[in-house]
Design a protein around this ligand. Structure first.
Ligand code: PRX
Length: 663
């Protein structure tokens, strides 16, 4: 059924989008505003007058076993403590209290598998499964404070596992399913995880690949990891080591059905999530209980204008990234939402599957990444036009800047000009959305994440730490917020140096460049450090370099992020081979395979450029800035400090050759 046939013609659509490019602001419709949870801009002033009171009001929406004594302990910045003296349990807030209020029959997740299989999970069912899983973990010796690794695909058990950990106070360390087993091992080692919950195999675009056996290949000698729990998902046979490995279904079925939630201090660790920094070693972002849940529940409710009785919400991220933690699991469940959980990719079994899901489950709120939207633009409006999208009332984006053209396409082809778009800026570190429209209040400008959420104080600084407008500068957050990271796990010095040194201990350095316009709207431009963002996946150039040099034929490598129309940024590697080796296609494939093995397929370089030498200063430091200039085809910056300026000519030539081959 073509529900929007007038947009099928590409030319016509282009014309209409072109006309919209001139529209500077998009106001929420009167109808949307009227029904919105927040419609009065005075909310910003209320929060600004007394941020602690505002956050305390948000925390008051949760269930506390013991109310806090103090909202914010800021006596030792940046080691802020929120809701001190308070006790709560995240899984109780996400499950029990809804069931106790008579909402146990409400669907928590409409899960859909790649091949169309379906599972409908109510709050009551989820609570039962979580209690059993929590007891099963206890049975394996997991105690409050013990780290549990989770390496699972988008299946309901991943949510159960996270909530079971939260129930017993065991911080989880989820690793995105796209990471390789080696990356999992490293993260288990750094966090000293006691137990790892993984899966027999995972489905991706019609192919099932073994997971547990890959994990076994690398995990054998890690003595801190005592147990491996295996979810039988795809029926892939796998080896089980006696005394260490157990099947999830067996231990969960055997476990008692009741597991009382542990009352935990507000500052008890909820999870560690590794993300990329400027060095090869990932950073273990630590989030705690009370402040984190307050932040994600409040932002989820207000940014998505959630009406849990009637909305069907779908965050199309993977649970293994922070977006999944905050806006598939904790925010939506704390708010009693009904969500869709989709196992697969956006283009399998066909390019219309997202829109089919929206029609099938009557999704009213869709939250996804600009990369996915750009892919859909490329695939053509006929895919969404073939489905009834009239249930949608609000759209969101996250993870990278959205270019105005993709924004307008989303607005027109998906939102039918009816749905506000919330472009939400935040990070693994911030835990929750920080800069965002409030859909019933804010007039949006395509490409801008607009304004700080009530209570959040953001600014753009110049190099001297002065607030600037209308010019590019460094984004900073100038006031603590409840869901902020508390430290980097076991790396306190790195935490201080990375975020709270440049402008002092009370100003959080984001690591993004941004511009604040004359209306006070924020335009986030991208990273200023050696972090790249490929399809919303955060990677450090150093991490990729260290994977590339692990290849036996590689002598040296320098990696940069290059602007890419489809993926936001693409990874480009400049590589010097050992001795006189000549690089060709097979070496390129070898290097890509090494990166896939050490990090994951998503980190493979899009382009590999052979270099006899890399541009270095006299002290031997690689000048990535010059490599970025070459890759972007810009005038070269200052080359006078180079040890051997001639290398630049060769590299420029090689980049041109590669570009010529590609076109
Ligand atoms: O550069 C910003 C970009 O993604 C980075 C955070 O990545 P990560 O910790 O993986 O979290 C992604 C999901 C929250 C930021 O430093 N970023 C995130 N959202 C936006 C964005 N850039 C522009 N606009 C956004 N809405």
């Amino acid at each position: 059924m073509a529900t929007h046939p007038e947009l099928v013609s590409g030319e016509e659509l282009e014309r209409e989008l072109g006309a919209l490019l001139d529209v500077e602001r998009f106001e929420p419709s009167a109808e949307f505003r009227e029904r919105a949870l927040l419609k009065d801009p005075a909310i910003y002033e209320e929060a600004e007058r007394d941020p602690e009171a505002w956050w305390a009001k948000q925390a008051g929406e949760l269930h506390w076993f013991r109310r806090w004594d103090r909202v914010l302990d800021d006596s030792n910045p940046p080691f802020y403590r929120w809701f001190t003296g308070g006790q709560l349990n995240v899984s109780y807030n996400c499950l029990d209290r809804h069931v106790e209020a008579g909402r146990g029959g409400r669907v928590a997740f409409h899960w859909r598998g790649e091949e169309g299989e379906e599972r409908e999970i109510t709050y009551a069912q989820l609570l039962e499964e979580v209690q059993r899983a929590a007891n099963a973990l206890k049975g394996l010796g997991v105690r409050p404070g013990d780290v549990v690794g989770i390496y699972l695909p988008m299946i309901p058990e991943v949510v159960v596992a996270m909530l079971a950990c939260a129930r017993i106070g065991a911080p989880h360390n989820v690793v995105f399913g796209g990471f390789s087993a080696e990356a999992v091992r490293e993260r288990m080692e750094f966090s000293e995880a006691k137990v790892l919950i993984t899966v027999d195999g995972a489905a991706r675009k019609g192919r099932t690949t073994p997971v547990k056996d890959r994990v076994d290949e690398v995990m054998g000698d890690l003595t801190t990891l005592q147990r491996i729990v295996v979810v039988r998902s795809k029926g892939v046979p796998c080896g089980m080591r006696a005394g260490r490995d157990v099947y999830y279904d067996e231990i969960v079925e055997a476990a008692a059905a009741v597991c009382p939630p542990e009352p935990l201090d507000a500052e008890h660790p909820l999870y560690i999530l590794y993300t990329s920094g400027s060095t090869a070693k990932p950073k273990g972002i630590l989030h705690t209980t009370g402040g984190y849940l307050t932040g994600v529940a409040a932002t989820h409710r207000y940014v998505f204008d959630l009406k849990p009785e009637s909305d069907v919400y779908w965050c199309a991220a993977d649970v293994g990234w922070v977006t999944g933690h905050s806006y598939i699991v904790y925010g939506p469940l704390a708010n009693g939402a009904t969500s869709v959980m989709w196992e697969g990719a956006p283009d399998y079994p066909n390019r219309g599957v997202w829109w089919e899901n929206i029609e099938r489950y009557h999704v009213s709120i869709l939250y996804c990444a600009p990369t996915a939207i750009r892919a859909c633009v490329k695939w053509g409006a006929e895919w969404p036009n073939g489905h009834d999208l009239s249930s949608l009332r609000l759209l969101g984006t996250v993870g990278e800047p959205i270019n105005p053209k993709a924004w307008l396409w989303y607005h027109k082809v998906i939102g039918h000009e009816r749905c506000p778009i919330v472009d939400t800026w935040w990070q693994t570190e911030t835990g929750a959305i920080m800069i965002t429209p409030l859909p019933g209040i804010t007039a949006t400008k395509p490409g801008s994440a607009t304004q700080p959420f009530p209570g959040v104080k953001a600014e753009v600084y110049n190099e001297r730490g002065e607030g600037v407008r209308d010019t590019q500068g460094l984004l900073v957050l100038r006031r603590p917020w409840p869901s902020m990271l508390r430290t980097l796990y076991k790396e306190q010095e790195r935490f201080l140096a990375g975020y709270f040194e440049r402008f002092g201990r009370e100003t959080y350095l984001v690591g993004d460049a941004a511009r604040l316009d004359e209306d006070g709207y924020f335009w986030v431009i991208g990273r200023v450090d050696d972090v790249v963002n490929v399809s919303g996946h955060r990677l450090s150039t150093a991490e990729v370099e260290s994977a590339i040099v692990a290849h036996p034929e590689v002598a040296e490598a320098a990696v940069i992020g290059q602007h890419d129309e489809d993926t936001g940024q693409a990874i480009v590697a400049f590589v010097t081979l050992q001795g006189d080796l000549e690089g060709g296609e097979s070496e390129r494939e070898g290097i890509r395979a090494t990166v896939a093995e050490r990090i994951g397929k998503f980190a493979r370089p899009k382009r590999i450029i052979w270099a006899d030498d890399l541009p270095k200063t006299r002290s031997g430091k690689i000048m990535r800035r010059l490599l970025r200039d070459i890759a972007e085809g810009r005038e070269l910056g200052d080359v006078t400090t180079l040890r051997d300026p001639v290398v630049m000519d060769q590299l420029e030539q090689r980049v041109k050759e590669l570009q010529a081959q590609e076109t």
